[in-house]
Write a protein that binds this ligand. Structure first.
Ligand SMILES: [Zn+2]
Length: 452
């Protein structure tokens, strides 16, 4: 547990006062999460419960890392403390920190803490001790500055700006953008997060590095499509031999192998590998090293796919538990929208089914309430057009769909027809001809309303 204290904050935006917990002492070994918060500039940032504004609470801070024999104190200037007061408050915090260490542990450095003049200075000392060089920090600062520039420029001027800084746009830069977007979303600034992602998309399309990435992604998609075709060509009930032939054909094409394992993980069971071992044994000796390498590669790919699935599931289970225990589930959902993915929905449905089977009505109701909350939140997250299209497609009758179209003049736009075409096409591709036909019927209604 970090050393923390309760304080009252007055919101600079709406002037309401509210209580907040601030952390004033961090032990790098015992509070690794607090250390991460500190380094990412998120320590002691609280959100006003009245208006949502984020405030950094100024508080004294002591940072301790016993492995690196590092003790740093920082007292913000704006607290207006005298030298004596500063020493008293940091002395108390140091005592609090060291009292948690084993007896007889005390070392000399504890009596000579370094002090930092600014929080940034403290962060830099910690980073340097972690092996982050001043040059790396400077590069990161440049990235942040460039990012600010991109975000504040107009869409018309963006291409020229990208061209000018093309050499600086690389994987790390785009990752940094992703992190900024994530941080904004976590701080409840959905619009800012969306804006960053839009600019990121534009930079991807405009920059040399981005074009390369997009080309690679497109190539991968091509391969996945080709492999999907090959699998479909095996017919309704492909046998182990069918998959064996496919695998042997892909032996020298790692991208195809990866795609295949991702698509049909279930085909690679124990029996499959037994047969592969047998075939390897019967192969001419010069072909064996290749077959053995293929077996090893397949196993590694399978381990990767399984590991990913497990991690997704673990996270989904943890999310559901956190949500069940949350005193304020709605804001938990709002702040963690990214966690509610397919894996989460699968875990939630499985829990619902098991509660149903056990006849545990209380659990069933609680899970159902969570389900509804999450679905509502997901829908609220969607752009207005998407919500409208969803409502349109799920209209109970053609008359209701027509009414909805007439009641929503903004939605009567040619792009609606295109969107419906696309959805129908997607449904065909996914093998849902009934849904596709329904969407086309809705499209015909929309065409009539918009045309007339
Ligand atoms: Zn406020």
């Amino acid at each position: 547990m970090p050393v923390a204290s309760r304080t009252n904050v007055t919101c600079p935006n709406c002037r309401n006062a509210y209580p907040a917990i601030v952390e004033m002492a961090i032990d790098a070994q015992q509070d690794p999460e607090s250390k991460i918060k500190l380094l990412s500039g998120r320590l002691n940032i609280v959100r006003c419960p009245y208006c949502g504004a984020s405030v950094t609470v100024a508080a004294p801070l002591v940072y301790h890392d016993s492995q690196k024999e590092m003790l740093i104190t920082f007292v913000p200037m704006e607290l207006g403390m005298s030298k004596d007061q500063q020493e008293k408050v940091t002395g108390d915090l140091i005592r609090e920190l060291t009292s948690r260490l084993p007896p007889g542990w005390m070392k000399g450095y504890v009596f000579q803490p370094r002090s930092a003049l600014t929080l940034q200075g403290l962060i830099e000392q910690v980073l340097q001790a972690d092996g982050v060089t001043p040059q790396m920090m400077e590069e990161q600062r440049q990235r942040a500055r460039l990012l600010e520039q991109f975000l504040s420029t107009s869409p018309e001027q963006l291409p020229a700006l990208v061209q000018q800084h093309d050499a600086q746009i690389d994987g790390t830069f785009l990752q940094t953008m992703g992190l900024y977007a994530q941080r904004a979303a976590e701080d409840g600034q959905q619009e800012a997060a969306q804006q960053i992602m839009l600019v990121q998309q534009a930079i991807l399309q405009l920059s040399t590095y981005g074009k390369q990435v997009l080309a690679e992604v497109a190539a991968q998609e091509q391969v996945v499509k080709a492999v999907e075709e090959d699998v479909r060509a095996l017919g309704e009930q492909p046998t182990r031999q069918d998959f064996m032939k496919l695998v042997l054909g892909y032996a020298s094409d790692d991208m195809r192998l990866q795609a295949l394992v991702g698509l049909v993980r279930g085909a690679f069971d124990e029996r499959f590998f037994q047969e592969l071992t047998m075939i390897t044994g019967q192969a001419p000796s010069e072909a064996r090293p290749m077959m053995e390498a293929l077996t090893e590669r397949l196993q590694a790919l399978i381990a990767m796919v399984d590991e990913e699935a497990r991690a997704e599931l673990d996270q989904a289970v943890a999310t559901l538990q956190a949500l069940i225990q949350s005193p304020d589930p709605d804001s938990f959902i709002r702040e963690n929208v990214g966690l509610f993915d397919e894996a989460f929905m699968a875990v939630l449905s499985a829990n619902l089914r098991s509660a149903e089977e056990k006849g545990d009505q209380q659990a069933q109701q609680a899970l159902m309430a969570i389900y509804q909350r999450v679905v509502e939140a997901m829908q609220a997250e969607m752009p207005a057009e998407v919500r409208f299209i969803n409502a349109l497609i799920s209209s109970p009758s053609p008359e209701a769909a027509e009414q909805l179209l007439r009641d929503t003049p903004d939605a009567q736009h040619p792009s609606l027809l295109q969107a419906l075409d696309q959805i129908a096409g997607n449904m065909d591709e996914r093998g849902n001809p009934q849904v596709a036909a329904h969407v086309r019927a809705v499209r015909a209604i929309a065409m009539r309303v918009i045309g007339g």
